[in-house]
Design a protein around this ligand. Structure first.
Ligand code: HEM
Length: 494
């Protein structure tokens, strides 16, 4: 009995100390008492009466800010859509804006020492290794082969089955593209095929565990204070208990794949894991690296494709122009596929993909934490420890950046002298840009262009729900309830 009392006493003392310590950190870092308009609207959530998404409210505030920057004091968060500030954060003064501890705390349990979650030397080592691998021609053509095989063997049959259903069946584009891109990134990174787009296979345990991780980590990020989730994690209750179990599934599966590969040897050497295995002998480190790639490559591509098809469905003229261009470059045979060389000549298609991600960037915002006091180019003072966020979603909707027609879907704005022209990364930081620019940019564009071509040339895809998109909380832009569409085989006599 005495022992139980002692344990109880230690438990209560520890918990109280922990709570008080965390509360004092919360008060030091945040400013929970601010009663400015922005903070009051944020705390009372009264923005929901006029806006569907938090990002839309931020866009509205930023539009009305003369500098293109706002400050949500209660979150200690500076949010900017000013290209000069973006360039300063991610390039000129990059050293002062690492991901920082608050970010690595949120994703640390899932990503460990993976590239997404680290700064400094550990990041630089992985970055160098990964850029060497991803830059090589052989891995690019491996990526294209993986994508084309998945399109041919699963995506086209899946769409065909829906099109041949006489009852005007509807499919959820977002769900299909997520499963497609999960298969692709697993094959590309691990060299193994989860087959999640096979209609008859049950949802793969790894895939749903990954969904759960992404959702619950985003919940951590949205908590008003890390104290909330840290206490839950400490006691292993509620959402933290679920997260722990989902993370263990992801890690266990990755461990099994690596162990098997060590036993059988890296056969073809073409997937990313085989290539990393040549330089890294620590299997836990290898696992962290590969999990970061799975996270990076899955929902981003699915989100990009979903919004692209939504916009095409609303803009038939753009759709027709893409079809005309592809007939010209690849030839009119519907089954013909574009190789790496031909993809480069599809200028209008690339313009349309970039334009779609301007309005619906897969990563809507990206935060860093200031190491030292600083002043942004627009004059905003940044206190050490503040969170500084650049906001591609708001940037894509700014008249001062894109002109009076900024809300229109106009691929033509990317075409000069008949060719696709890239914009500066700081005006269009959809793939971030600067020192930590996305390493999968080329691969994702090849993947999205290939999917778009194969589907557009064969099918008419019509989105049925056209109301304003409501995004669910998550690391990547995900539409609540999905994006539903009918699919018909194209009438080739037209
Ligand atoms: C439309 C698709 C994609 C978009 C919009 C996108 C966007 C981004 C963004 C915004 C970042 C910076 C995130 C941060 O600050 O942590 C990033 C980083 C990264 N992306 Fe992507 N990404 C896409 C696809 C991919 C794919 C397919 C891969 C893998 C093959 C990939 C691999 C990476 C990696 C490894 C990083 C970390 C780079 C570093 O920290 O140095 N991405 N991406």
């Amino acid at each position: 009995m005495e022992l139980q009392v002692l344990i109880f006493f230690i438990f209560v003392t520890f918990t109280t100390t922990f709570l008080l310590f965390s509360l004092s950190l919360f008060i030091i870092h945040l400013n929970p008492c601010c009663n400015c308009d922005t903070c009051t609207t944020f705390i009372t959530r009264s923005w929901t009466t006029s806006f569907v998404n938090l990002s839309d409210w931020y866009t509205h505030l930023i539009r009305n800010s003369p500098t293109g920057t706002i400050h949500v004091h209660v979150l200690n968060n500076i949010i900017t859509a000013n290209p000069d500030n973006v360039e300063f954060m991610i390039k000129t003064n990059f050293e002062n804006y690492p991901k920082g501890k608050p970010f690595s705390d949120i994703l640390g349990d899932l990503l460990g020492r993976g590239i997404f979650n680290v700064d400094g030397r550990c990041w630089m080592f992985q970055r160098k290794l990964a850029s060497l691998e991803l830059g090589s021609l052989s891995i690019r053509s491996h990526a294209l082969n993986v994508v084309l095989k998945e399109i041919d063997s699963r995506l086209v049959p899946y769409f065909s089955a829906v099109a041949d259903n006489n009852n005007d069946a509807v499919l959820d584009l977002q769900d299909v593209f997520r499963r497609f891109s999960f298969d692709v990134i697993c094959k590309f990174s691990f060299g193994f095929d989860p087959g999640s787009l096979e209609p008859l296979l049950p949802v793969f345990e790894l895939e749903s565990a990954f969904d759960e991780c992404s959702r619950l980590c985003a919940e951590r990020a949205m908590a008003p204070s890390p104290l909330v989730w840290k206490i839950k994690r400490f006691f292993n209750v509620g959402s933290e208990k679920k997260l722990k179990s989902a993370i263990s599934i992801v890690k266990r599966t990755a461990d099994q794949v690596i162990k098997k590969r060590r036993e059988t040897g890296s056969d073809s050497g073409s997937d990313l894991l085989s290539r990393f295995m040549g330089s890294i002998s620590d299997d836990d480190y290898l696992r962290d690296i590969v999990i970061s790639f799975l996270l990076a490559g899955r929902d981003t591509v699915a989100s990009g494709l979903t919004c692209f098809f939504l916009l095409l469905s609303q803009n038939p003229k753009v759709l027709n122009k893409i079809r005309e261009e592809s007939d010209r470059v690849i030839g009119p045979t519907r089954e013909a596929v574009a190789g790496l060389g031909e993809l480069k000549h599809l200028h209008y298609l690339h313009a349309a993909l970039h334009e779609s991600m301007r309005l619906y960037p897969p990563v809507q915002f990206d935060s860093k934490f200031a190491k030292h006091d600083d002043v942004l180019p627009d004059g905003t003072f940044v206190k050490r420890g503040s969170r500084v966020t650049y906001h591609p979603y708001a940037m894509g909707r700014m008249e001062r950046i894109w002109g009076a027609d900024s809300l229109e879907f106009k691929p033509e704005r990317w075409i000069r002298d008949g060719e696709f022209k890239q914009e500066r990364a700081y005006k269009y930081p959809v793939y971030q840009g600067g020192v930590r620019v996305c390493l999968g940019k080329e691969m994702s564009l090849v993947e999205m262009a290939s999917v778009a071509l194969c589907l557009i040339r064969r099918f008419d895809v019509s989105v049925v729900n056209h109301s304003q998109l409501r995004f669910a909380p998550g690391l990547t832009a995900t539409v609540s309830g999905g994006v539903h569409a009918t699919v018909r085989r194209r009438d080739l006599s037209q």
